[in-house]
Write a protein that binds this ligand. Structure first.
Ligand code: PEP
Ligand code: MN
Length: 345
């Protein structure tokens, strides 16, 4: 349920709605738009229905949100959410590119990669320090040491860093090193972890689960938003299908669908989406053309020697080529094109 306030409703009128809801044990989330303020109501439907909300001063109407996700829905927050990380804004305007190796392997490797990503025009650096590997015998990441190297790479280049968090208990330690907390596909429904990052002040990059529907993915985002963290960036990274020539099937349908249903920015990860470097650039182009708010791409100085995901990592030369193609596609698109579908209804 959402309460749409009249244009020009006063702060006291909004407060009146919030107080009534809270006095009945319901939770109220205020979203201030350019023209109207909206109060999202979370709690049992029948209890909300009994309240005389439409009779309160400043209330225009009460709307039932049929989707199970509320705070993540466009109805609650009609304008696009913009997530600021360093000097980059994810969600509006030009697409933002996050790039770097799958794993942080050494200080020299990540610092050199950061310089190359920056030179090619990438805005954020990625690199895993805690790796969710299918086999317990595969490289598990450098742990906190890897986070220290990421922080050094940020120091040297100014690029904010994105890395995966796998354990809620490590949150305070990780927050001291990183700029964006990534929730990996395998943890998309780890509700303890989602609640933990919901309490964080750091933006969250929420990857779609391997077999998650769009609704399940948006419900995962809802956990983070309901915890009080408004800075959620969605990431389509491919889903499991019957196809075996690619690691996953990059579901680009999800880009406009999510932009219609939700106000949250959505990125595309063509690297995990296809799993083979040969196809990464084509699908990165397609992601941008579909209106994604940016990309997250795996790159490596020497993919053959990479400790994880070498097969899908671009060489720095190929990444530079990808960046130049992306720039041309973005320039060819109307500035309003990204996310425009969501504004038609
Ligand atoms: C990664 O980004 O390296 C990763 C493990 O991604 P995903 O969770 O999408 O598989
Ligand atoms: Mn990877």
């Amino acid at each position: 349920m959402i309460v749409v306030m009249k244009e020009g409703a006063t702060v006291e009128e909004v407060q009146g709605v919030v107080e009534l809801l809270e006095s009945k044990g319901l939770s109220a989330h205020v979203s201030e738009g350019a023209e109207k303020t909206i109060v999202g109501v979370i709690g049992p439907k029948d209890r909300v229905r009994e309240l005389p909300l439409e009779a309160l001063a400043g209330v225009e109407k009460v709307v039932v949100v049929s989707n199970p996700f509320k705070l993540a829905s466009r109805a609650f927050h009609p304008q696009d959410t913009l997530v600021q990380v360093g000097n980059s804004i994810i969600g509006g305007g030009a697409p933002v590119v996050i790039a770097g190796p799958c794993s942080v392997e050494s200080r020299e490797q990540i610092i050199e990669a950061a310089h190359m990503v920056k030179r090619a025009g990438g805005q954020l650096l990625r690199g895993g320090a805690f790796k969710p590997r299918t086999s317990p015998y595969s490289f598990q990441g450098l742990g906190e040491e890897g986070l220290k190297y990421l922080a050094m790479a940020r120091e040297e280049t100014g690029l904010p860093v994105v890395t995966e968090i796998m354990d809620a208990e490590l949150l305070p330690m990780m927050e001291s090193y990183v700029d964006v907390l990534q929730i990996g596909a395998r943890n998309m429904q780890n509700y303890t972890l989602l609640k933990a990052v919901g309490r964080s002040t750091k933006p969250v990059l929420l990857k779609r689960g391997l077999s998650a529907t769009i609704e399940e993915w948006l419900m995962a985002a809802e956990y983070v938003l309901a915890g009080g963290n408004p800075n959620v960036i969605l990431c389509e990274r491919g889903i499991r299908t019957f196809e075996t020539y690619t690691r996953n099937t990059l579901d680009l349908n999800a880009v406009p669908v999510v932009q219609y249903l939700s106000h949250l920015p959505v990125l595309v990860d063509p690297s995990h989406g296809v799993g083979n470097w040969r196809y990464v650039t084509a699908m990165a182009r397609a992601g941008i053309a579909a209106g994604a708010n940016g990309l997250i791409v795996e790159v490596h100085q020497n993919p053959k020697e990479a400790l994880s995901d070498g097969d899908q990592s671009l060489t720095m030369e190929n990444f530079e080529q990808l960046m130049s193609e992306i720039r041309r596609i973005s320039a060819a698109m109307e500035p309003e094109t990204a996310g425009a579908l969501s504004r038609h209804s």
